[in-house]
Design a protein. Structure first.
Length: 234
């Protein structure tokens, strides 16, 4: 059944610009931006703070099911570089889940099928009854299969590596482009080959290659497409 509210689903590989683009589109359209990656980070944070192994699927699922996860667009007072404000059991953990330890942990818990199942349910609950833009790896076919607009946002590996390197340098990390490219290629391989909800482009998804486009150009393309779909339905 087609949702009453407008849903934009975005999938794509790491460093394709999904987060930045989604946040800007959400501001333009006054949609809720849902960063599903943040939810896997929350799962890793729960495991880490409770001394649970990132491979212990049963215990991590228990922790998730016993927790309340929510997110909202940042307020004016929260404009500190965050893309979204993330709450875990009522606590703002927006920055606590962005450490390197939690980043590594999130990629480990994300391959666990039961963890993905319970988080997909939570993602669908957050999106229900709202205009949302949601990004991740399995949004177009697993989380929001009835979204009115499905996008596969991608870019060439070198372009993505250059963007990622800049982000890391701004955080104080000293890495080479070759190392970042290698990391991205390995991450792509993991994301595309995992058994539980692998990253893939579904036939009905609109592919947007951001390699030669500015962020604003990508945002404009998506906003225009939303307006076109809305006008055709009215």
């Amino acid at each position: 059944m087609t949702p009453t509210f407008f849903h934009i689903a975005i999938d794509g590989p790491v460093a394709a610009g999904k987060g930045t683009v989604s946040r800007l589109v959400s501001q333009r359209l006054n949609f809720l931006y849902i960063d599903t990656g943040a939810m896997y980070r929350m799962a890793a944070y729960l495991a880490h703070t409770n001394n649970v192994s990132y491979e212990d699927e049963t215990k991590i699922v228990e922790l998730i099911e016993g927790s309340h996860m929510d997110m909202r667009n940042p307020t004016e007072e929260e404009r500190d570089g965050r893309l979204t404000t993330v709450f875990l059991n009522g606590e703002d953990v927006s920055w606590k889940i962005r450490t390197e330890e939690i980043s590594q942990g999130s990629s480990k818990v994300a391959v666990l099928p039961e963890v993905r199942r319970v988080l997909v349910e939570k993602q669908q609950i957050i999106a229900k009854g709202k205009n949302v833009i949601m990004e991740g790896r399995d949004i177009t076919y697993r989380v929001l299969p009835n979204a009115q607009l499905k996008i596969y946002l991608t870019a060439k590996t070198k372009e993505r590596a250059e963007r990622r390197l800049l982000q890391l340098q701004q955080k104080g990390f000293d890495l080479t482009l070759e190392k970042v490219m290698s990391d991205i290629e390995q991450r792509d391989q993991r994301d595309m080959s995992r058994l539980a909800d692998p990253l893939k482009k579904i036939p009905e998804a609109w592919e947007v290659d951001t390699s030669k486009l500015s962020i604003e150009e990508v945002v404009e393309k998506i906003v225009a497409e939303v307006e076109k779909i809305r006008s055709s339905k009215s």
